[in-house]
Design a protein around this ligand. Structure first.
Ligand SMILES: Cc1ncc(COP(=O)(O)O)c(C=O)c1O
Length: 407
């Protein structure tokens, strides 16, 4: 193991030349902790994702402060929004529970030593999933009559803690308000169930429509039902979390924990005091000088109208960078803001180095996150240029990108 490397949950695996092996890269259950002195330069390509534990802790503290005493589920579905559950676990273990979808991810959290609450946000997908719920002590959402039927047939020594999901207007999962109380009564009659919490999910917490119509539906239908309540995602927590009827007993922040703004472009991370938890960085690997009329990349979609300097960068769509952005997606070179040019290819993209005379081969390129000089490029700005959102961009980080964890 290289000098200066920190042993994480799994010992980093590298071959004789110091290359990080595929086995050591970002799978569920793997955590690679390397110091900045680890010989990344020996790797075949300079691309690297860095997970910032300090930023995760900071963002969790922001969520807790907004939650005003409500308990906090750290939403870690989709392998912690692409960051890796094992990698973020230490930083987020200050949460009151973890919320996710996959049984494998729940099992991993137990293996990592988490003994507190784990919530399956979509509940079980088939009856046999109830056995691991009993064995691992998982709490689970209930959103269909079939799930109640399965529970009623389930043999267990330990009654389950369930979150009864109401469809208050998103029309994705949950019992409609008119059938909510019947579902509650069915669950309440089961010996397999001890606690029933009440839950709904907002469709427009980040936008102008807001949450009031869903709040009204939820409150009317759940009115005098006992049980804890859980309503707010990141956007509701940040925009309305100071209202007790919004934060209730449990809040469910996801994206804000990873330092991406849920309501960009209305508000960015600076407004919410969040810090990016992932940096995707690489280097300039070649420089081209263009004359007016020269074009860049596949399809020649960008043509220079004056002499320009163009940097070729070791990052492409096979690394998870969005192909749809094209020219003008923001990027940092040596911590200075510039733009992409032309089409993104599988392994490379082009950046405008005109006006950055110090930049050249080897220059640091920050695709999103924090540059070495501290300049930030929020992932949602990159995503927006490609017609998508920070959530998708973070989840899209490709398996082939090596990942390191830093304080
Ligand atoms: C049921 C539920 N709760 C909470 C969250 C977290 O949402 P966000 O990442 O917007 O905070 C999600 C994510 O989509 C979800 O599906």
């Amino acid at each position: 193991m290289p000098a200066g490397a920190v042993v994480g949950l799994d010992t980093p695996k590298s071959d004789a030349r110091g290359y990080i092996t595929q086995a050591a890269r970002g799978r569920v259950g793997e955590s690679t902790r390397l110091s900045p002195r680890t010989p990344i330069a020996l790797m075949p390509r300079p691309i690297l994702a860095t997970i910032h534990l300090g930023a995760l802790r900071h963002n969790l503290a922001v969520a807790r402060q907004r939650a005003q005493g409500a308990r906090v589920w750290a939403v870690v579905k989709a392998n912690a929004y692409g960051h890796g559950i094992a990698r973020v676990f230490d930083a987020l273990r200050g949460a009151d529970g973890f919320a996710l979808l996959d049984l494998a991810e729940a099992e991993l959290l137990r293996k990592l030593g988490w003994r507190g609450p784990i919530l399956l946000l979509e509940g079980v997908f088939e009856p046999r999933d109830l056995e691991p719920c009993s064995r691992l002590g998982l709490w689970h959402a209930v959103h269909t009559d079939a799930q109640i039927d399965w529970l009623s047939q389930h043999k267990t020594q330990t009654p389950h803690h369930v979150f009864l999901l109401m469809n208050s207007g998103m029309n994705r999962l949950g019992f409609p308000a008119a059938r909510y109380r019947t579902a509650w009564a069915r669950l309440n009659a089961l010996v397999q169930v001890d606690e029933i919490a009440l839950m709904t999910h907002f469709s427009d917490a980040d936008g102008p429509r807001g949450i009031d119509h869903q709040l009204a539906t939820f409150e009317a239908a759940a009115r005098d039902l006992p049980g804890e309540r859980s309503l707010a995602n990141s956007a509701a927590l940040l925009r309305r979390g100071d209202e007790p009827r919004v934060h209730q007993d449990w809040v469910r922040p996801g994206i804000m924990l990873y330092g991406s703004s849920p309501d960009y472009p209305a508000n960015g991370i600076a407004h919410w005091g969040l810090q990016p938890a992932m940096t995707l960085s690489t280097q300039v690997i070649a420089v081209q000088q263009l004359q007016a009329g020269d074009s860049v990349g596949y399809g020649s979609t960008f043509t220079a109208d004056q002499p320009m300097t163009v940097g070729t960068v070791a990052c492409g769509y096979a690394d998870g960078y969005p192909r749809h952005g094209g020219t003008d997606t923001p990027v940092l070179v040596d911590g200075q803001r510039t733009r992409t040019l032309g089409r993104v290819s599988m392994d490379m993209l082009a950046v405008d180095l005109t006006g950055l005379p110090q930049a050249g081969v080897g220059s640091e390129v920050t695709l999103w996150g924090r540059a070495a000089n501290g300049t930030l490029l929020p992932v949602e700005e990159v995503a927006a240029a490609a017609g998508t959102i920070g959530y998708e961009q973070l989840c899209a980080l490709a398996q082939r990108v090596p990942v390191v964890v830093q304080e």
